[in-house]
Design a protein around this ligand. Structure first.
Ligand code: G3P
Length: 217
């Protein structure tokens, strides 16, 4: 399963890239606003930190303007992936862009039928929002299971990009279901390294090593 960082914070992206775990980055208008940076400038900088796809979202609601915005965004770098909302105009834009060889991430997916439509429109990625689905009283991971089954039934190549990931269990279940990608805030990814028994184990080994009076370097 690929790991994307769901952030526009350069320091966090650099830190994750240094671990070798960074397969791409996703941003959205809220994350850009949170960064306080210029959209074009920060997106260009992020594209230079990974060879993987960097999702940059259009903000227009009509197909024609979405295409104009996508035209500007795709000139930023070769690894820009245009993010469009799951609407009729968004999927029209998805279809036009993917026919042209541009990567497209269809976002704000909350039903398996929406995911089916996105795959039929040729989406490179579909982004079901599991955390927001849970917030709304549904089970986000059930949605991922349904989409996995539908995509496998028809051999769709669209990759399932689990988004709105809030905790380690979302990551674990995504991997068990066979999602292609998950995107999470850096804090969630950092949390995956942690285990109390790892910390305790290191502590015990180091205490015993001290007693040997030896050093390796
Ligand atoms: O990838 C989508 C994500 O940014 C939304 O996450 O936590 O705002 O639902 P959240």
């Amino acid at each position: 399963m690929k790991f994307f960082a769901d952030t526009a914070e350069i320091a966090d992206i650099k830190e994750m890239a240094a671990t070798g775990l960074l397969d791409g980055v996703t941003t959205n208008p809220s994350l850009i606003a949170k960064s306080g940076r210029d959209f074009m400038e920060v997106t260009k900088e992020i594209c230079g930190l990974t060879d993987g796809p960097v999702s940059a979202e259009v903000v227009a609601l009509d197909h024609e303007t979405m295409m104009k915005e996508a035209e500007v965004l795709r000139k930023i770098a070769d690894n820009v992936c245009i993010k469009v909302p799951l609407t009729i105009d968004g999927l029209k834009t998805c279809n036009a862009l993917t026919m042209d060889g541009t990567m497209v991430n269809v976002t704000l997916c909350f039903s398996a039928n929406q995911a089916l439509l996105a795959a039929k429109a040729g989406a490179t990625f579909i982004s079901p929002f599991v955390g927001r689905h849970d917030d709304n009283g549904s089970n986000g991971m059930d949605l991922i299971r349904d989409i996995r089954q539908i995509y496998d039934n028809y051999d769709f190549e669209t990759e399932i990009l689990v988004a709105s990931v809030r905790h380690a269990t979302h990551v674990l279940e995504s991997a068990l279901i066979g999602a292609d990608v998950m995107t999470a805030p850096p804090a969630v990814i950092k949390g995956l390294f942690k285990h109390i028994l790892t910390d305790k184990g290191i502590e015990g080994f180091l205490a015993d090593w001290e007693k040997t009076g030896q050093s390796i370097v």
